[in-house]
Ligand binder design. Structure first.
Ligand code: AKB
Length: 318
């Protein structure tokens, strides 16, 4: 039986991934790792074990892995793109020094490791239309630099020591459960909160700016299915492009207006977010993920929009 540690289990992806893994493997087999001040609450706290697991402390990670007989680590500790630009040293300490600690423990104790990369690993020089799997990666944000390093360091541990490292390049993730904090794609979540509350949305991203996005249920499946894929089918291991939908602000606004016709949006562009958004792909080519481990998305823009509004409504307007 698998024993999994989710590092960063109270974050945007971690909170839902921990619950999805517990449903799949049984609550007692999935440890919710957290840092002091971000303790698991409610169902996350009650449905299985939790442990303080700070990536910047390798000995602490090692002790948790030993205590719970962990064989798979989902390492979700990271700062998102916008916040990382204002705290670059912390972003590096958590994203890269922390990853090093995780990979060393994984090497010593024989664990497999999933660490997400992102569309943020690309830059202005990358082909933006159907961005290939293997292409130019020269990001100018510290977030992007740390994501490229994540992919390379994970590959290095795999080739040098045989550690089973795997990762996908996540698009912007949209969910009605835990809100994101400090990302460039956050607008695609915030827009739903305004729409469902009946408020006008002030959009920080310019009309016509397309980015890849993905609904959370697909993102969770991508992480779990990649980790469960037979290794002999994998040509790549780290940095798989995974795509589901690509849209600009006016496209998601129009989709919401089909269901909430009164909804209105106005642009007030944030220069930092806009510069980051323009350096990211418009739409990725994810054919390697589809061929090597059978990746398939389930949610496109209309299906995700309908589900977000249906699920957010009782939460925001009880
Ligand atoms: C961000 O906007 O920083 C993240 C990402 C796409 O990696 N959501």
């Amino acid at each position: 039986m698998k024993n999994v540690l989710v590092v960063g289990s109270t974050g945007q992806i971690g909170s839902e991934l921990t619950m999805a893994l517990r449903q799949r493997l049984g609550g007692s087999h999935v440890v919710a790792g957290y840092i002091v001040g971000c303790e698991p609450q409610g169902e996350l706290a009650e449905s299985g074990p939790s442990a303080v697991a700070d990536v910047t402390d390798g000995r602490m990670i090692d002790a948790v892995v030993e205590k719970y007989h962990i064989d798979t680590i989902y390492n979700l500790a990271a700062l998102l793109s916008v916040v990382a630009e204002s705290k670059p040293r912390l972003a590096w300490r958590v994203g890269i020094d922390g990853l090093w600690n995780i990979l060393e423990v994984a090497h010593e104790r024989g664990c497999a490791v999933f660490t997400p990369s992102s569309i943020g690993s690309f830059g202005l020089e990358t082909p933006h239309d159907h961005t290939p799997q293997d292409t130019i990666q020269r990001p100018r944000t510290i977030y992007g630099v740390s994501k490229v390093t994540t992919e390379l360091l994970s590959d290095w541990f795999h080739h040098k020591y045989g550690v089973d490292t795997r990762s996908v390049r996540f698009p912007g993730i949209i969910s009605y459960v835990t809100p994101p904090g400090g990302g460039t794609t956050d607008y695609a979540v915030d827009i739903f909160y305004s729409a469902v509350r009946g408020e006008k949305f002030i959009c920080p991203i310019k009309e016509g700016t397309r980015m890849d996005m993905m609904y959370m249920p697909d993102a969770l499946r991508a992480a779990i299915e990649l980790m469960e894929a037979p290794s002999d089918r994998l040509v790549h291991h780290n940095g798989f492009n995974v795509a589901a939908m690509s849209f600009s602000p006016e496209m998601i606004c129009a989709e919401i207006q089909k269901l909430l016709p009164q909804f209105q949006m106005e642009y007030r562009v944030d220069p930092l977010k806009q510069a980051i958004a323009e350096s990211w792909p418009d739409i990725m080519d994810d054919s390697c993920a589809r061929t090597e481990w059978g990746w398939q998305h389930e949610y496109d823009l209309p299906r995700m929009t309908a589900d977000m509004i249906e699920k957010l409504h009782p939460r925001l307007c009880p």
